[in-house]
Design a protein around this ligand. Sequence first.
Ligand SMILES: NC(=O)c1ccc[n+]([C@@H]2O[C@H](COP(=O)([O-])OP(=O)(O)OC[C@H]3O[C@@H](n4cnc5c(N)ncnc54)[C@H](OP(=O)(O)O)[C@@H]3O)[C@@H](O)[C@H]2O)c1
Length: 232
Amino acid sequence: MQLKNATVLITGANRGIGLAFAREALARGARKVYAGARDPASVTLPGVEAIKLDVTRDDDVAAAAERARDVTLVINNAGIADFGGFLAKDSIASARRHLETNLIGSLRVAQAFAPALAANGGGALLNVLSIASWINRPSLGVYGMSKSAAWALTNGLRHELREQGTQVLALHMGFVDTDLTRELDAPKLSPDEVVKQAFDALEAGAKEVLADALTRQVKQGLSAEQASYLQA
Ligand SMILES: NC(=O)c1ccc[n+]([C@@H]2O[C@H](COP(=O)([O-])OP(=O)(O)OC[C@H]3O[C@@H](n4cnc5c(N)ncnc54)[C@H](OP(=O)(O)O)[C@@H]3O)[C@@H](O)[C@H]2O)c1
């Protein structure tokens, strides 16, 4: 899948990694970029078409799919991450919120846009996942659960969309410097470098991109005797 002349729809494109995707898509010659946002007025990047899109709302997603029927690349980027583990008092409400946005939101978008991708020759679906798909730490336990589930969703969709020729790419990475990690004092990747790697992988026909050394190490460690997810 090439970005040149692509028609791209990005969820959560008003800030953070989604905004970096929008900017890089334009830089690589996309014909049109639909910048999805809960509040379209928060989209300020010149050259994109703002589109109201709350991924938890069936009506928003259906309306966006109707409007963006020319789409050839859909990027499931919108996500939330609240700090907290499974034994915290509010973890059940938090789990519902995370699953509704990070899992069901991506499913809702994939389901709604799959027919347009098929009609436009297959195209691609890029799901933004995380190193937390594979390791679960108390500070981001509930978030990790939602990303593990979204990884399974991505793997399943890849099989289901194969017949219509849609490339499905999973993007996994550690901390990225956005509002989501503002309170964390840790090394962070820049959104631009993550997005460049993701688009390079997409254009090379890849199914998965691991954007940093730690993520590659964790993935490789899944089958080690002391598996990465078992380590304290
Ligand atoms: N930052 C990291 O360290 C990191 C690492 C690995 C993976 N990721 C993943 O990367 C993606 C983007 O994260 P980010 O770091 O760019 O976070 P961010 O700066 O907090 O931005 C999150 C984006 O998602 C949007 N969003 C949240 N709920 C939504 C909903 N229901 N419908 C539509 N949009 C919604 C937000 O819109 P509003 O402005 O309306 O809130 C915002 O545009 C997420 O999937 C996240 O899990 C991030």
